[in-house]
Write a protein that binds this ligand. Structure first.
Ligand code: PLP
Length: 441
């Protein structure tokens, strides 16, 4: 008789022997959270311990866990038709695109993929092919910002501005340039916020000019840098970047992978600013992570450059799973939940409350800055409030551990030049209750 593999081993031992965790250090022997179930804002592990998920998974479970209607939407769609590729079309995919246009103001075409990285890869390819087909054959470079994260695949990682995530894999894709984003907490004292933000926007224009405008295809940015440490720009910055892009014939790609779907108190993060992006990428909150799905939204006049039938102008990109019908059905239901429960305005109201309540922490010697927009908050920890030297990793790790020991999951992000993740991040489900928010505070 065949021996039963790993008989008698604990689930923890099996995990350690078989499962390669993402972006985790194996020299720290910290006990991973082995999750068994999740409801609302809470995750329960295999030993019955309960944790409030202050990060919505990886910034994605916007409507909270355990929504039966989402499971039902997937179940019903899988029963009716489990698969259809997007080389053709299907009803949930069409209905979802129509709904997204309603949310965005009716001006886009939608290309489906599976992840945020995919959606950004598609955006880069569309930007390059768009210029090529318009006769601007040398426009291939993409400008992004230091500190931003845009994904893990080679192109999306090339756009990412966090050296620690990249250096082991270099050289990456050619043609990606980076400039510093505004970091208002660290702005020079002699400049006003507006002056400083305009100066940071000008860095993008300078790069376009120095690199020669006719080589630049696109600028990609998140409306608010999330994984790089919750960097909220002044409105003048975002508007100025759009104006610069338009002035130089450069496409503006807005990465809404985290900021989208109510996270910042608006349906999309860019709606906090007075802009109309050329291309928008979305993932995570699109389905609240119940199933994988992402979208690259492309303004119709850009799309038209791909539709000239006399030429060989179609977009040369396909993926097998993108726009899976069940994932589209879940996304539609997820948006319906958000609308019925007013989760976007709840995000704005609760986020403001959370930010105000946390201000008390400013009295603490290691707390340098507390900032946020909607239910997307950062607490920047420093060794010293005057020098703003980032807090040591062990100090940040201790806080994360203390919170976990008390049943609260929070994040740490940043990836500054010094390589510190010194910003505590809070990004709970938008459906979080008042009591849960008090627990978090
Ligand atoms: N863009 C942003 C802003 C992200 O935060 C992420 C992931 O965290 C991505 C893109 C990549 O998304 P995915 O992990 O689904 O590939």
């Amino acid at each position: 008789m065949k021996a039963v593999r790993n008989q008698g081993k604990s689930i923890l031992e099996k995990d350690q022997e078989n499962v390669w965790h993402h972006i985790s250090k194996y020299n720290d022997k910290s006990h991973p959270l082995i999750a068994k179930e999740a409801k609302g804002s809470w995750i329960i592990d295999y030993q019955g311990n309960k944790y409030l998920d202050g990060m919505s998974g990886l910034w994605c479970v916007n409507v909270g866990y355990g929504r039966e209607v989402l499971a039902k939407a997937a179940y019903e769609q899988m029963n009716q038709m489990a698969y259809m590729s997007m080389t053709q079309s299907h009803i949930p995919g069409i209905e979802l695109a129509d709904k997204l246009n309603e949310l965005l103001d009716d001006d886009y075409m939608f290309f489906y993929s599976n992840s945020g990285s995919d959606a950004n890869e598609v955006a880069f390819k569309i930007a390059r092919q768009y210029h090529e087909q318009k006769g601007d054959t040398s426009r291939y470079k993409i400008i992004s910002r230091y500190r931003a994260y845009h994904g893990s695949s080679m192109g999306a990682l090339s756009a990412t501005g966090q050296p620690l995530r990249k250096y082991k894999f270099e050289p990456l894709t050619a043609g990606f340039l980076h400039v510093a984003p505004p970091d208002n907490y660290r702005k020079p004292d002699h400049l006003s916020i507006e002056e400083y933000n305009l100066q940071q926007a000008k860095a993008i224009e300078d790069t376009i000019i120095w690199e020669q405008e006719e080589t630049i295809a696109a600028v990609i940015m998140e409306p608010i840098i999330t994984g790089g440490g919750i960097l909220i720009p002044d409105p003048v910055y975002v508007k100025a970047v759009q104006d610069i892009c338009r002035r130089h014939g450069v496409l503006l790609i807005i990465d809404e992978v985290i900021c989208g779907f109510g996270r910042t108190g608006r349906m999309f993060g860019h709606m906090n600013y007075d802009i109309k992006p050329d291309i928008i990428t979305m993932a995570k909150g699109l389905t609240s992570a119940y199933l994988p799905l992402s979208v690259t939204a492309v303004r119709k006049d850009i799309y038209e450059v791909f539709t000239n039938e006399s030429a060989d102008n179609y977009f040369r990109h396909v993926n097998t799973f993108g726009g899976n019908p069940a994932a589209c059905a879940v996304a539609l239901k997820n948006i319906e939940i958000m609308e019925e429960e007013n989760l976007t305005s709840q995000s704005a109201v609760l986020g403001e409350h959370l930010k105000n309540e946390l201000q008390e922490l400013n009295n603490h010697s290691y707390v340098g800055d507390i900032r946020g927009i909607g239910l997307l908050l950062g607490i920047e920890l420093v060794e010293d409030k005057t020098s703003k030297q980032p807090a040591k990793p062990e100090r940040v790790a201790k806080i994360i551990k203390e919170c976990k020991d008390h049943g609260l999951i929070i994040g740490k992000n940043g990836d500054t030049v010094a390589g510190f993740n010194n910003i505590i991040t809070l990004c709970p489900p938008l459906s979080i209750t008042d009591d849960e928010l008090e627990f978090m505070i």
